[in-house]
Design a protein around this ligand. Structure first.
Ligand SMILES: NC(=O)c1ccc[n+]([C@@H]2O[C@H](COP(=O)([O-])OP(=O)(O)OC[C@H]3O[C@@H](n4cnc5c(N)ncnc54)[C@H](O)[C@@H]3O)[C@@H](O)[C@H]2O)c1
Length: 281
C-alpha cells in the first residue's frame, strides 16, 4: 500500500528523547537532523562524531558491535535527557568482499571469513533492541533494506541481504510483544557513502536504479514515530513510500490450501495493526 506522508505533523516528537545508531553520516545523520529539528532530544552513537551538533543533539563515540559501548550510549542518553522514548537502529555496513571467495592459510586450509556484516547489521541490532527495552523504550524503528523484499539483479552481497532479512525477522518476531511498538524502514538505494563503496554506485546507474536522498528515508522514520501502530515496514523507493508487512501477512491466503489456511488463520496479520502505544499517545 502506498502511503502519503508529505504533510505529516511531527510536533508530537517535541521534547521526546531518541537514540540513533550510526548518526554521524548518511541516513543516520538525516534522521538525527529530522528528529532534532522536530524538537526532539537526540543522542547518537557512531565510530565518529559529526561537527556542529545543536544543543538538543549529543554524539557519543560508540562501536555498536561492543556491548559495553551500546550500554554506555543508552546511559548517556538517560543522563543528558531523561527517559528514552524512541530508538533507531541505523548503523550498518555493506560487505566489502565476496563472502564466498576463498582465502587459505599457509597450509592451504580455508580461513574463516569475516562476519562484520552479520555482527553489525544483525547482532548489534538485536543487542540494541534488547538494551532499549531494558531502558523502558517503547518505540523502536529498525533500518533494514529493500534487499529484504526486492532482489537486486547482478549484486551478490549475500551476507548483507541475509542480515537485512534478519532485521525483518526481528520486526516480525517482536510485533506481538505488547510492551513495545516496533516498525521498520527499508530504504532502496540511497545517496550515502555506502553506495560509494567499490563499484556499487556505477552498477546502480548502469541498471537504471532510482537513488534517493537520506532525507527521504528520515521522513519515513519520523512518520513511524507519530503513528499508533506496530509491525509495519515502509519501503522507500524514489520518493514513494510503501507499507509492505500488511500485504505480506495477507498473502498467506495465497500460499496454502484450505486446510492449511484454517490451521494458520490465527497467525494471519498477527498484531500488525495494534492501535496502542506509540509516541502520539
Ligand atoms: N545507502 C543505501 O543505499 C542503503 C540502502 C538500504 C539500507 N541502507 C541501510 O541504512 C543504514 C545506514 O546506511 P548509510 O547508507 O547511511 O551508510 P553510511 O556508511 O553513509 O553511514 C553509516 C554510519 O554508521 C556508522 N557506523 C559504521 N559502523 C559502525 C559501528 N560499528 N558502530 C557505530 N557506528 C557505525 C558509520 O560511521 C556511519 O556514520 C544501514 O543500516 C544500511 O544498511 C542503506
Amino acid at each position: 500500500m502506498k502511503i502519503d506522508l508529505e504533510r505529516a505533523d511531527l510536533s508530537p516528537l517535541r521534547g521526546k528523547t531518541f537514540v540513533v545508531t550510526g548518526g554521524a553520516n548518511g541516513i543516520g545523520r538525516a534522521i538525527v537532523i529530522l528528529l532534532g529539528e522536530a524538537g526532539g532530544n537526540v543522542v547518537y552513537g557512531d565510530l565518529q562524531l559529526a561537527s556542529n551538533d545543536p544543543q538538543n543533539v549529543k554524539g557519543c563515540i560508540c562501536n555498536v558491535t561492543k556491548w559495553n559501548d551500546l550500554l554506555l550510549l543508552f546511559e548517556t542518553a538517560v543522563k543528558f535527557f531523561g527517559p528514552i522514548h524512541g530508538i533507531v537502529t541505523n548503523a550498518g555496513v555493506m560487505e566489502s568482499s565476496n563472502f564466498f571467495s576463498d582465502d587459505v592459510d599457509s597450509s592451504g586450509r580455508l580461513v574463516e571469513p569475516n562476519h562484520l556484516v552479520i555482527n553489525l547489521n544483525l547482532i548489534a541490532t538485536l543487542n540494541c533492541v534488547k538494551i532499549a527495552m531494558h531502558f523502558g523504550c517503547k518505540d523502536i524503528v529498525l533500518i533494514a533494506s529493500s534487499r529484504a523484499y526486492v532482489p537486486v539483479p547482478g549484486m551478490g552481497s549475500v551476507t548483507y541481504t541475509a542480515s537485512k532479512y534478519g532485521v525483518i525477522g526481528i520486526l516480525r518476531g517482536l510485533r506481538s510483544n505488547p510492551d513495545v511498538c516496533v516498525n521498520c524502514v527499508s530504504p532502496h538505494a540511497t545517496d550515502t557513502n555506502m553506495i560509494d563503496d567499490g563499484c556499487l554506485r556505477k552498477t546502480m546507474h548502469e541498471s537504471k536504479q532510482i537513488i534517493q536522498t537520506p532525507q527521504t528515508i528520515a521522513k519515513a522514520v519520523g512518520y513511524h514515530f507519530i503513528q499508533q501502530w506496530t509491525g509495519k515496514c515502509i519501503l522507500v523507493m524514489g520518493n514513494g513510500y510503501y507499507e509492505l508487512e500488511e500485504a505480506f501477512a495477507n498473502s498467506i491466503d495465497d500460499w496454502f490450501d484450505k486446510e492449511a489456511r484454517a490451521s494458520l488463520g490465527v497467525y494471519k496479520g498477527a498484531n500488525i495493526n495494534r492501535l496502542e502505544g506509540g509516541l502520539a499517545n
